[in-house]
Design a protein around this ligand. Sequence first.
Ligand SMILES: Nc1nc(=O)c2c([nH]1)NC[C@@H]1CN(c3ccc(C(=O)N[C@@H](CCC(=O)O)C(=O)O)cc3)C=[N+]21
Ligand SMILES: [Mg+2]
Length: 295
Amino acid sequence: MTAKIIDGKAAAAEVRARVAGIAAEFARTTGRQPGLATVLVGEDPASAVYVRSKGKATSEAGMASFSHKLPDTTSETELLHLVDQLNRDDNVDGILVQLPLPPQIDASRVIAAIDPAKDVDGFHPMNAGRLATGLEALVPCTPYGCLYLLKQELGSIAGKEAVVIGRSNIVGKPMALLLIGESATVTVAHSRTRDLPDVVRRADIVVAAVGRPEMVKSDWIKPGATVIDVGINRVPTEDSKSRLVGDVDFAGASERAGAITPVPGGVGPMTIAMLLRNTVVAAHRRAGLSDPKGV
Ligand SMILES: Nc1nc(=O)c2c([nH]1)NC[C@@H]1CN(c3ccc(C(=O)N[C@@H](CCC(=O)O)C(=O)O)cc3)C=[N+]21
Ligand SMILES: [Mg+2]
């Protein structure tokens, strides 16, 4: 079987176009654009690229983009001060503090300081708890983007066997909760899981989020399964350049899967689209409007 390649870039473009329509309507109704503030601490070039593309996508969707760059010597107190300012700023609906942060800053304290109503990453314990208990929440962008692609591909997920590889607070745990919410049968595998290949072989749906290049092998994939690859790993090539690979052996797995996301062009673009989606949703909730339809 040759898998269908799931086009995350195209799906993300559709979401972004709908978000742009919602943002325009919000601006007409309230007299201001939805606003996203990004905070980048330090000079990590990959982080700088991501933050820049988030800012560009924000402006393209007709939203206000406030970007803050702080030196890598910034203290936790200074960063908390900026978060506090952004929490109080009525033109800011969403706050994204780019991770990872330098070692002198405790990321969990910074995340906890963000107003949960503006926590468009969905990382605040309040949003994590709300997602876990089935209350209205802001949902982490990457797993929400994965769920969007799965529903687009499969329609209903109810009753399917889903295996999530990875148990991070950012992807694995919220992904499992979203799949449970869709009535899948969910297994969360991780570094201590026994016989991972056999666990993955049960799966109708595989979500790989471990951060190890091409760890998931083709003979682990049940024929016809849907494979969502969250990994974005930069690996060196022979000509001393580099290329991006996922957590799945794409060449092999795409001979067995029913459908599979590529890297790049799969989950990554959906993460940014869902960040914009969360920002318009946060703007509506903060303005006392009902949630926008269709995103
Ligand atoms: N507070 C916070 N929230 C985040 O959401 C967050 C973060 N910190 N830190 C870093 C990670 C990483 N991340 C990506 C987003 C988009 C792509 C993306 O669009 N990737 C493209 C291109 C990749 C490339 O060419 O480098 C693709 O996969 O096709 C990748 C990675 C968000 N992150
Ligand atoms: Mg792990």
